[in-house]
Design a protein around this ligand. Structure first.
Ligand code: GLY
Length: 402
């Protein structure tokens, strides 16, 4: 079945009119495989699985609801990309997740700019949007770039115009809380500041001091919700992001990553999330992988693509991800290394064609969400270094205005 643009716009209007999730996903046009509505069945000896960044799973957050909704759809026969785009959309629309979609921390100018990308294994297609403003659900827009255009990657104003044409409703994504934090961040700047100044860079996740007197009473709850940490001024910083990968009972695979990216970034900065091969990658014959954390570190190794290639060579998901992490560290510039160890955190997630999955991080402490026949749950990431081995230095990459 093919869906005309007009049909789609009808579905988009219905969504804009307030259809509740996950029905929003049901309004999406079906993904077709060479003119057929049903995906091609590829040889498969595995089981359905979804693996995802945790995004506050233990706090009964949108991260938990997201993977549960995606799993429910997958087990009812949904296309794997439809299932995971619907799953991450719950996080995108959650104003309390400060790292993704609505409520994401803004750029230097106080404007929320979002990045997302996706891949659909059975049809070998991909879509992405970068630095898109005013549209809360960039993962679905990336999917629409994939379905409705001959392009893969739209950015900035063009991406927003495309989304509006497709029926998405523009809205202000800056929540009052994110605006208050932005004002506080602005107030800590000095005219002589540069973008790299270790003195003002906040501590790594896991070494986070309690918010200072400058912080809000509920900062701690806010920070536990996602990948966020507070500096000495009580200003939060994040790389944020959710990556989700799924394999169906028939062995079809898909991947999606969506983020508001690095907080207080230079306008126009895009991280790894919208880059096919970095933020996520999927090959229906092999598996899928994706990343959260410091995008600048992942971009240089094309981490998601590399993980899938390592799995193609026969490595398990965990071995592949650890090998990618080794490559990240080998490719890290000196200014970000202390005693041979990086001064940042990064996470990878992967699933292979057999339904085997793993997640890995640089420093012990990260968790991930997984759903399979045992239900949805949280598990610990494999890691390169123990938490105690973290250099006692601030996290790299936080920006200041010159
Ligand atoms: N991994 C998200 C970012 O760096 O933007």
């Amino acid at each position: 079945m093919s869906v005309s643009r007009r049909d789609f716009l009808g579905a988009g209007a219905a969504a804009a009119a307030g259809l509740a999730l996950p029905r929003l996903a049901e309004g999406m046009p079906a993904i077709t495989v060479r003119g057929r509505a049903e995906p091609e069945i590829t040889p498969f000896a595995g089981r359905p699985v979804i693996i995802s960044a945790a995004n506050g799973y233990n706090r009964d957050s949108s991260g938990k609801r997201g993977i549960e909704v995606a799993w429910d759809m997958l087990t009812k026969g949904a296309d794997p990309l439809d299932a995971i785009v619907s799953g991450v959309q719950i996080v995108e629309l959650d104003p309390n997740d400060n790292s993704v979609g609505l409520g994401g921390l803004p750029n230097e100018d106080g404007v929320v700019e979002l990045d997302a990308s996706c891949m659909h294994g059975p049809t070998k297609r991909a879509g992405a949007v970068g630095a898109i403003q005013d549209i809360a659900t960039p993962a679905a827009v990336a999917r629409d770039v994939m379905i409705h255009t001959d392009h893969i990657f739209l950015v900035g104003e063009g991406a927003k115009r495309f989304a509006i044409e497709m029926g998405y409703k523009p809205q202000n994504l800056l929540t009052e809380r994110a605006r208050e934090y932005w004002v506080k961040w602005k107030s800590t700047l000095n005219p002589g500041d540069n973008w790299l100044d270790p003195d003002q860079i906040p501590p790594m996740k896991g070494q986070r001091p309690a918010p200072t007197g400058a912080g809000r009473p509920d900062d701690e709850e806010y920070s536990s919700n996602t990948h966020v940490w507070f500096d000495r001024n009580g200003v939060p910083h994040t790389y944020g992001t959710i990556n989700m990968n799924a394999i169906t009972a028939s062995g079809d695979i898909a991947s999606v990553t969506t983020t508001s990216g690095l907080s207080w970034k230079i306008p126009g900065r895009v991280g790894d999330s919208p880059l096919i091969g970095a933020g996520q990658y999927c090959d229906n014959e092999v598996g899928a992988a994706g990343s959260t954390g410091r995008g600048e570190a992942n971009i240089k190794v094309c981490g998601a693509f590399l993980a899938v290639e390592f799995m193609r060579q026969g490595m398990t998901p965990q071995a592949a991800l650890m090998k990618v992490m080794e490559r990240v560290i080998a490719m890290t510039e000196d200014r970000l290394m202390v005693n041979g160890k990086p001064t940042f955190q990064l996470q990878y997630y992967a699933v292979n064609k057999k339904g085997e999955y793993a997640a890995a991080c640089c420093y012990e402490g990260s968790t991930f969400a997984v759903a399979d026949e045992k239900g949805a749950r949280i598990e610990k990431c494999a890691y390169m270094y123990k938490a105690s081995e973290q250099p006692a230095v601030p996290l790299s990459g936080v920006l200041r205005k010159p």
